[in-house]
Ligand binder design. Structure first.
Ligand code: WTA
Length: 585
């Protein structure tokens, strides 16, 4: 494979350092010493379950705080800048998540069941996920922008038997195609419930204020997040309860969260960042979180920092670049001085975006590298550790990431290779739901978990992410599989064949570009491009729709029918592609 050839990464002799004052008051003060002495056993001791043997995330994230001095501390500040403006203490969360659990229990939900959560970013989204944990069931969060096909694939594969949703979103749940899905719990339904539907408000209004958590083992399921690979439909990464110790420790040392923080994670719990670091990390630490509903809007975002006096902000490069393109006059209107630390995730943070955030806030965003499958941060830049602008960082204590060749041998500094992690960190996925072969693919390089990314390590031990080694697309930080998009495209009556790639983009990192061969009788036109893109938006998800379409005669394929995306990428760059019939399988 190309990525393990002996290609050197760019020289880092002239890189710009982000230096840290020696006196910095970070939770993790001395990375190197902590790395040497670290033991996950020490972290376990900070959880009640290590003394009681009774495991449940909701106890550690909610109930134990409600029984402590944090009882009346705000856990969740919520606004949608329109209809709702609310706050919930840990005690409120204990009551609300107990009521949600009673409601779900009355629908028959029990330990181990997979429960779809298809809600917009409203407080109930957070309450319901924790309510599901209270019953020992497994939430399957679905991003609110998913359309029918995406919803069907995920609920179908996980065989969810109940889904919590809203009257507006329920039309995207094709019940006829989902034999396991028996009941819908609707948030905000006024009347006219079908026999298989219940009202969240009516069931929770009658429910008692307390339900003891279902006690589990550390190996029991926590959450399933669906994510995309380069082939096939999306796959469900199942995490175990034990992952919570990883969320907790990384939130403490990489996000540097403290009791007096007001923390804002901008990610939606439909994606892993929104659960690992929107729910599990901050709340096992007992930290106050801010959540805002509605769409991205630069004014609102700065307003949120000012309004809640946000101290720690966790966001993504595309968001920083979008703020950047809104200009400097917008942040100048707001007071952002409350901020003390910023982290970034999901895609590489380009130095321009880093410098811009630093200019408007005085703080450089710190990268965190991880994946749905890793469940928690693996490679980070730390608040107390000098780092190089543009680099991804160093392995989190208790984990070991490296760069290897095809045989699993670590390559010398500067040499490009596979970015891998030594298996065994606490939040490593337990399985790919119902798909052992897919799970095994991650361990194809003996002794390592393969991320699918390429990287190199420099002489100082810093890891530099270089790109994906496969065809997975990262658009605006969201992970999209080309196969899912191609399948949606070929369902359009005018499309005979389709091939999809990620095309580099200054703001979104990548955009989705589709090459399409039309069926006989259809003529290429701009209207048809728009119609096809809208078709994907309507059936799959807006973020998965191609932003660029090229009509071609034929999609280049191998003899066995595999789309040659490498050739599509060359075509996109206008490079000669030669005789594709001689391409290797
Ligand atoms: C990419 C998101 C560069 C990477 C938590 C990885 C990054 C994929 C970074 C996982 C980073 C994540 N720098 N690339 N700091 N963080 N990635 O599953 O390609 O949505 O494999 O998890 O995002 O995406 P996922």
């Amino acid at each position: 494979m190309a990525q393990t050839e002996s290609v050197s990464g760019p020289s880092t002799d002239h890189v710009e350092w982000e230096r840290k004052p020696k006196s910095i008051d970070a939770n993790l003060r001395d990375y190197e010493t902590a790395y040497k002495n670290f033991s996950w056993k020490d972290v376990e001791r900070e959880f009640d379950w290590s003394h009681t043997g009774k495991v449940n995330l909701v106890h550690e994230a909610v109930d134990r705080h409600a029984a402590s001095w944090r009882k009346n501390k705000v856990a969740l500040y919520y606004t949608d800048y329109d209809k709702r403006d609310e706050k919930f203490t840990f005690q409120d969360l204990k009551i609300q998540t107990s009521r949600a659990a009673h409601a779900l229990k009355s629908l028959g939900v029990k330990k181990g069941d997979r429960i779809g959560v298809f809600l917009p970013r409203i407080p109930e989204l957070y309450i319901v996920i924790l309510g599901i944990h209270r019953l020992g069931a497994i939430p399957v969060p679905l991003f609110e922008a998913f359309m029918q096909q995406a919803v069907q694939d995920r609920l179908g594969n996980s065989e969810a038997n109940v889904c919590i949703t809203t009257p507006a979103l329920k039309s995207r749940i094709p019940l006829a195609e989902l034999p396991a899905l028996k009941k819908l719990l609707l948030v905000g339904a006024s009347d006219g419930l079908a026999p298989n539907e219940s009202s969240y408000e009516s069931l929770t209004a009658k429910a008692p204020d307390w339900l003891e958590p279902e006690w589990l083992t550390v190996d029991d399921g926590l959450v399933i997040h669906y994510t995309s690979g380069s082939t096939g439909k999306s796959k469900g990464a199942l995490h175990r309860q034990y992952a919570m110790i990883g969320h907790y420790q990384t939130a403490k040392w990489a996000l540097d969260l403290r009791d007096d923080d007001i923390y804002w994670c901008t990610a939606d719990p439909g994606w892993v960042t929104g659960t690992s670091y929107g729910i599990y990390g901050p709340w096992t630490l007992g930290v106050s979180s801010v959540v805002i509903g509605g769409r991205f809007d630069p004014e609102r975002w700065y307003q949120t920092i000012q309004r809640y006096q946000v101290t720690m902000w966790y966001s993504a490069p595309t968001a920083f670049r979008m703020l950047m393109s809104a200009g400097e006059a917008v942040p100048a209107k707001y007071n952002l001085k409350s901020l003390r630390h910023i982290c970034s995730v999901g895609e590489p943070l380009n130095p321009e975006a880093l410098r811009w955030v630093k200019k408007i806030t005085g703080l450089a965003p710190h990268e965190t590298w991880w994946m749905t499958e890793t469940g928690m941060h693996i490679i980070c830049n730390y608040r107390s550790l000098d780092f190089k602008v543009g680099c991804t960082g160093k392995s989190f204590p208790g984990t070991y990431a490296s760069v290897v060749d095809d045989a699993g041998k670590e390559v010398p500094p500067g040499q490009l290779g596979h970015l891998v992690v030594k298996p065994g960190w606490p939040a490593m996925m337990k399985e790919i739901w119902n798909n052992k072969p897919k799970f095994d693919e991650y361990f194809r390089i003996p002794g390592w978990y393969s991320s699918g990314d390429t990287a190199y390590k420099d002489a100082d031990g810093y890891i530099w992410y270089q790109g994906r080694g496969d065809d997975v697309i990262k658009t605006a930080g969201e992970r999209v599989g080309p196969f899912e998009v191609e399948s949606a495209l070929v369902a359009h009556p005018a499309v005979a064949e389709a091939g999809v790639i990620g095309k580099p983009d200054a703001v979104r990192g990548q955009i989705i570009k589709a090459f399409i061969a039309l069926r006989k009788g259809h003529q290429p036109s701009d209207e048809l491009k728009k119609e096809i893109a809208d078709f994907v938006k309507k059936h799959l998800a807006a973020h998965a729709a191609p932003r660029e379409i090229d009509f071609v005669e034929k999609i280049p394929k191998t003899r066995s029918g595999k789309i040659m995306r490498r050739v599509l990428r060359a075509m996109d760059l206008g490079e000669p592609v030669g005789d594709v019939s001689t391409m290797e399988e």
